[in-house]
Design a protein around this ligand. Structure first.
Ligand SMILES: [Zn+2]
Length: 627
């Protein structure tokens, strides 16, 4: 790659910054530099590091934010893969011709969104990036301020530190008119934060409305009252509305970062001023009945929280870090409810087979496998709901019961009072069930119980933590279960993952990158006739381009050939090959690719979530098999 002096400088600066942060070792740095030099297609150094798995996008953004003051904005954006070299050059031309700022030129080109630009400008300037919402704003900072004054000067005060410094959100750190208006109001007692103009304007409008109409439902607390209570309410309520599973409040060196985990992926929401941290954590600790004077030890707790008439169970973890206390709240009982088999996202061919050859079979062991958060439990409950009828007795031993289904006999394991897994398993067969459900096979005892029950004519369902279907069979062998017992009882293993669905609101056609296709074992000619879509990011999807998730599956129904291979303890790749050739096994990756072609998800999601398949069928064949 013909490096410009600026590119060389930036890659050494980025390398240095990552070394300082302890993210990269010297050896990795040298290796990445060598690889970058050898690439036929030029790639940014940051992209190379991400590809090699040495650093994440976030690592690079954080390191550049902290150590990258000397790097130009364009280079920072380039390193993160936010803009292309082409866009950088075009923007430089526009900048020169029109005499506008570089960021404005990028916006004009449509090469970047305002949010991403502001986040990077904020990092570069070392100030928080805040998306103000009226209900987050501390009441006291709005007392005596006129909405008109704020609207005409385009800023909004956000919070006040204990020393009295007011954090003010502006849209432009160089807008002299705006800065003068802020100085007139607070003299020297303020610090700046950057935020998007539409959010600032909306917050001012809501403030105006509040002034005229009085407190609405969204803002229950009057101006001037302790508004950290309200801020915490806003954070939790907003997370629930966004379908988040976890809330992360993370102190950095000069800001507090707020992120939610949505559809299994961390989504950055906003920064908050660092000086709010002690009050934020105190409020959350009070809700969880933790010790608010303790700041040196990690703590845990539980909050019962009501939002819009619904009860939520939140688990709190407070972790003491070098920058202060880091808070994670896990939101339980999200009330997702029961999903019909048809809604799991299995293709019709697989669903028919799953019903006929797995669910309708009267005996045998069925295993549903995948990592935590892969949707196993949802599939298990959908299957049980399908089998649930007046002439079938279904009994469960779960740790704990996650959904309650009418008609099932469900039991939660409770070790503390002696209702242990083992005690429950001993008793369960004496209840004369047709179907036994073991929440999870975790050791040899539970595996043996499942197999024994199947041998005595029961149907057994359980979940397992393995990578794929073949991995499930091998795990049983590793647990020292006799292979003839496995091959005579296990009828099916279903492996799964959840892939994020493309956001309907912002999807647009795009052409897949040949490198991406190659990594999935696809050829450009194979995909030429298909149209691909991708979410551009909008407010409905938190600017991620994705909304909701759907499953991809690998369904193995054991036949005589596979059973024979297990009996002979053949290696994993041989069992997989036999399964593929004789049972028509479709891998999760193949199922995922079919879902990309059909417009549900993206290649990136398939790469990120599904295990690598060594042999890929030709695309046409995959599509024919997954109809
Ligand atoms: Zn969207």
């Amino acid at each position: 790659m013909p490096d410009t002096p600026a590119a060389i400088e930036s890659r050494s600066l980025l390398g240095e910054a990552l070394l300082k942060e302890g993210i990269l070792t010297e050896e990795q740095l040298q290796r990445a530099l060598r690889i970058q030099d050898k690439l036929e297609q030029p790639r940014q150094f940051g992209a190379v590091l991400i590809e090699l798995g040495y650093a994440t996008k976030q690592d690079i953004a954080d390191a550049l934010g902290k150590h990258g003051a000397g790097i130009r904005l364009g280079q920072i954006l380039l390193e993160q893969g936010v803009i292309t070299q082409d866009a950088l050059e075009q923007a430089l031309i526009i900048q020169r011709e029109r005499g506008i700022r570089f960021g404005e030129a990028l916006l004009e080109l449509g090469a970047i969104s305002e949010r991403v630009l502001l986040q990077n400008l904020a990092r570069q300037a070392g100030v928080p990036y805040i998306e103000p919402v009226f209900t987050m704003i501390e009441g006291s900072v709005l007392t005596g301020v006129s909405p008109n004054y704020l609207a005409s000067n385009k800023f909004i005060p956000f919070s006040r530190s204990e020393e009295g410094t007011v954090t003010v959100v502006v849209n432009d750190l160089h807008d002299e008119g705006c800065l003068q208006a802020v100085r007139d109001l607070y003299q020297d007692g303020f610090q700046l934060a950057l935020g998007p103009l539409d959010a600032i304007s909306q917050a001012i409008e809501d403030f105006r409305h509040f002034r005229q109409e009085g407190p609405g439902e969204r803002r229950r607390i009057e101006e001037g009252e302790d508004s950290v209570v309200q801020l915490v309410d806003h954070i939790i309520g907003n997370a629930i509305e966004q379908r988040a599973s976890d809330i992360h409040i993370e102190p950095m060196s000069n800001v507090v970062r707020l992120r939610y985990r949505i559809d299994g992926v961390l989504v950055y929401r906003t920064d908050l001023p660092k000086d709010l941290l002690p009050r934020l954590t105190s409020r959350i600790k009070i809700l969880a009945e933790c010790n608010i004077t303790e700041h040196q030890r990690h703590q845990g707790g539980r909050i019962f929280y009501t939002h819009q008439g619904r009860e939520y169970d939140l688990r709190l973890s407070v972790y003491v870090t070098v920058h202060g206390e880091c808070v994670v709240l896990r939101i339980l009982n999200k009330q997702t409810g029961l999903v019909d088999l048809e809604e799991l996202g299995m293709n019709k061919t697989m669903l028919d087979r799953f019903r006929l050859e797995v669910l309708d079979m009267p005996t045998g062991v069925v295993l549903i496998t995948g990592p935590t958060g892969s949707g196993k439990t949802t599939t298990l409950y959908s299957s049980l709901n399908y089998c649930n009828s007046i002439d079938t007795k279904i009994i469960t031993a779960e740790d704990p019961v996650e959904y309650m289904i009418d008609g099932l006999i469900q039991c939660s394991i409770y070790e503390k009072i002696g209702r242990s897994f083992q005690a429950t398993l001993r008793e369960i067969v004496r209840q004369d069930p047709d179907i036994i459900v073991l929440g999870e096979i975790r050791d040899r005892t539970s595996a043996e119980t499942a197999i024994q029950a199947a041998l005595t004519g029961h149907k057994v369902y359980s979940t397992f933590h393995t990578e794929d279907t073949i991995g499930g069979l091998l795990r049983l062998i590793d647990m020292d279960i006799e292979t003839f017992l496995i091959s005579s009882t296990v009828i099916s293993v279903l492996a799964q993952r959840l892939l994020r669905r493309i956001c309907e609101f912002c999807q647009a056609p795009y052409t897949p990158d040949p490198v991406e296709l190659d990594r999935l074992g696809l050829r450009v000619e194979e995909v030429r006739d298909f149209e691909f879509r991708k979410g551009r990011g909008c407010k409905h999807c938190n600017y991620t381009g994705y909304h909701g998730r759907a499953g991809v599956y690998e369904l193995l129904v054991l036949n005589e050939d596979v059973k024979e291979a297990i009996l002979q303890k053949r290696p994993a790749h041989v069992i997989r090959q036999i399964s593929t050739e004789t049972t028509g096994l479709i891998s999760m990756r193949e199922d995922g690719i079919a879902k990309v072609v059909r417009g549900f998800t993206t290649f990136e999601e398939v790469l990120r979530q599904t295990p690598r398949t060594f042999e890929m069928r030709p695309l046409r064949q995959v599509l024919a098999a997954t109809q």
